[in-house]
Write a protein that binds this ligand. Structure first.
Ligand code: DCP
Ligand code: MG
Length: 241
């Protein structure tokens, strides 16, 4: 069982189809509990990096290690239970709200489910549903708004004990007011976990331990917010844009 959550990408090169490289020679080291942010234009390869950490695809060159173990040697179940994620495209299944939040945490109590929902600012909308936490969601949560689906995914991540967290535009469909309100919850979510965060809104990445700037599948700059601003390069452009 993995517990610390160190994630290392070593010389990772990858393409979805042969002959078209999407990520080229990527090196990243995330120490346990660190927050690493990926920024860069659309199509730069940000989501692809997280797809690879999740082992949704096999890499072409290099290796990805979690706590020193090559992810090829980690069972998919184990990988799933050690990585929590909130993605732009939400993942819900036909079942109750409660079941969808609990997900892999079958031992979680009703109180824990409510606590997680509160962290995600989802409790009040859930209470307004016809059967509250026992409301059955249609396939992929079709009876909810996109933002509500994201909040349920955030609640699921909050209840998970996974040491690694991936946030890919996790609050992109949530309105500005809720997004502001949820900030504390997001901090709670990231606490003590190695977090990879992708967000177009650069204000949410500025407190990251390391910000990595990608362009056309390559790392072109990296550092803290202050370091990158002082550099006056691509990040500076994006930020002052
Ligand atoms: N790509 C592909 N096949 C897929 C997914 C992506 O060929 N199944 C290509 C499209 C892009 C490149 O890979 O040219 C990188 O895609 P990403 O999704 O990694 O890009 P970003 O996440 O950086 O972009 P965005 O900010 O739009 O989410
Ligand atoms: Mg993306």
């Amino acid at each position: 069982r993995l517990i610390k959550g160190e994630v290392v990408l070593k010389n990772v090169t990858f393409g979805y189809v042969p002959g078209k490289v999407v990520l080229k020679n990527i090196n990243v080291t995330a120490k346990p509990g660190q927050k690493i942010a990926f920024v860069g234009s659309t199509g730069a390869g940000k989501t692809t990096i997280t797809n690879l950490i999740n082992r949704f695809y096999e890499i072409d060159e290099g290796e990805i290690l979690i706590d020193g173990i090559n992810i090829k040697n980690i069972k998919k179940d184990s990988l799933r239970s050690n990585i929590a994620m909130v993605l732009q495209d939400t993942h819900l299944f036909s079942g109750t709200v409660r079941e969808n939040i609990r997900y892999g945490r079958l031992d979680a109590t009703d109180e824990e489910v409510i606590e997680a929902a509160k962290i995600a600012c989802a409790h009040s909308f859930i209470e307004r549903l016809p059967q509250g936490y026992d409301t059955v969601l249609e396939g992929d949560g079709a009876n909810l708004s996109q933002g509500e689906r994201q909040l349920l995914n955030i609640a699921r991540a909050a209840i998970s004990k996974a040491p690694i967290l991936i946030l890919d535009e996790a609050t992109s469909s949530v309105d500005t007011r809720t997004e502001k309100y949820i900030e504390r919850g997001m901090d709670q979510l990231m606490k003590n976990r190695t977090t990879f965060v992708i967000a177009h809104r650069l204000s949410t990445v500025r407190n990251a331990d390391l910000i990595i700037v990608l362009e056309h599948g390559e790392i072109i700059e990296q550092g803290t917010h202050e370091e990158l601003l002082a550099l006056g390069g691509r990040y500076y452009q994006l930020y002052t844009g």
